[in-house]
Design a binder for this molecule. Structure first.
Ligand SMILES: Cc1ncc(C[n+]2csc(CCOP(=O)(O)OP(=O)(O)O)c2C)c(N)n1
Length: 322
């Protein structure tokens, strides 16, 4: 009996070790508490994780958006690293300008520290809509930077206006549902694929519900030479009309339903980080969010079909066997 128990605990320990690879997360806080994010804000949590992975030897260039307005109200700030607030249109231009100037000064021997990293932060509006051309140019020129898009699927800080990242059928204040409207009438723009089309060395999707995966990707993006793009799913209870305590759960459901798959594209090679042979129904993900509450079964079925279709295409690209 005793031997059996010892064997059981040994096996259990081995299983646990296999399941939970022990990793060390720094206790250093670079995005510190005291900011004004809404209760349950997925973006603030994501930023905290991203900053832990970045470390302190960085310069962050931040577009207008929730991340900027919640954490930089003078005379207070949550940012403990050099941080620049830019306009929407030019986040990637400012970032690439600083990177080019820094490289030139290193070359001339005027700066000794060769390890400073350059990072851009923006929301989905600042990335997929307003700042897309500057980002495209920076990716094309091949600057050495990491760009993080915090995707809460609308222009949230200005009052929940739709963006090109708002999912099909979702209610927003500028895409309201009604007799003649289902809410957002267009499908979500696929920004990670737009980044992949630029043939940059690193593209990834991430979510704060999977913090280790998120931090690994930020580190990888930072280390790789050249442009790196990480698209971070950021649940927003205020804009999604969801209970704040469900933020982490909604991130998980988005991944497990295939609505937001977690993958990387390293030098053009796809890697699906979490694969689900049986996806959870999109209904499960949508149900706690009142932005979808008006949708009919037909529309939900249409969304379900599209999610599965896109997931299978992604699996194919990643070479996952059916
Ligand atoms: C060129 C320009 N257009 C519009 C605005 C107004 N504006 C300020 S914040 C914002 C929404 C930003 O949305 P997003 O980038 O998704 O960030 P979030 O607030 O959701 O974090 C808009 C449209 C602006 N400041 N500049």
């Amino acid at each position: 009996m005793g031997g059996g128990y010892a064997l059981y605990t040994m096996t259990k320990k081995k299983e646990e070790a296999d399941l939970f690879v022990p990793r060390v997360v720094t206790t250093d806080e670079i995005f510190v508490p005291g900011h004004r994010a809404c209760i349950g804000c997925g973006e603030a949590l994501a930023i905290r994780h991203v900053c832990k992975a970045l470390g302190r030897n960085v310069i962050i260039v931040n577009a207008t958006g929730c991340s900027e307005i919640i954490a930089s109200l003078l005379p207070q700030t949550s940012w403990c690293v050099p941080w620049i607030h830019t306009l929407f249109e030019n986040t990637a231009s400012v970032m690439s300008g600083i990177e080019a100037a820094y490289k030139a000064r290193v070359r001339k021997g005027k700066i000794a520290d060769k390890n400073v990293k350059f990072v851009g932060f923006a929301g989905d509006g600042g990335t997929l809509d307003i700042g897309l051309q500057a980002l495209s140019g920076a990716m094309e020129r091949g600057h050495d930077f990491l760009y993080c898009c915090f995707d809460n699927e609308a222009y949230m800080n200005t009052g929940i206006q739709r963006s090109s990242s708002t999912p099909y059928g979702a209610w927003t204040t500028t895409a309201p549902d009604g007799k003649r409207s289902i809410g957002q009438a267009t499908w979500k723009k696929n920004m990670p694929e737009i980044a992949v089309a630029h043939k940059i060395p690193y593209v990834a999707t991430a979510c704060p519900s999977y913090p280790f995966d998120l931090m690994d990707k930020v580190k990888r993006g930072l280390e790789i030479e050249g442009p790196a793009y990480v698209h971070i799913f950021s649940p927003c209870p205020t804009g999604w009309r969801s209970p704040p305590e469900l933020t982490i759960e909604l991130g998980r459901l988005a991944v497990e339903s295939g609505v937001f798959p977690l993958y990387e594209v390293i030098n053009g090679e796809y890697r699906l980080n979490f694969d689900f042979a049986d996806l959870k129904p999109v209904r499960e993900y949508m149900k706690p969010q009142r932005r979808f509450k008006h949708l009919t079964e037909d529309i939900i079925d249409k969304i379900q079909a599209r999610v599965v279709e896109e997931y299978l295409r992604l699996r194919e690209k990643a070479g996952v066997k059916k």
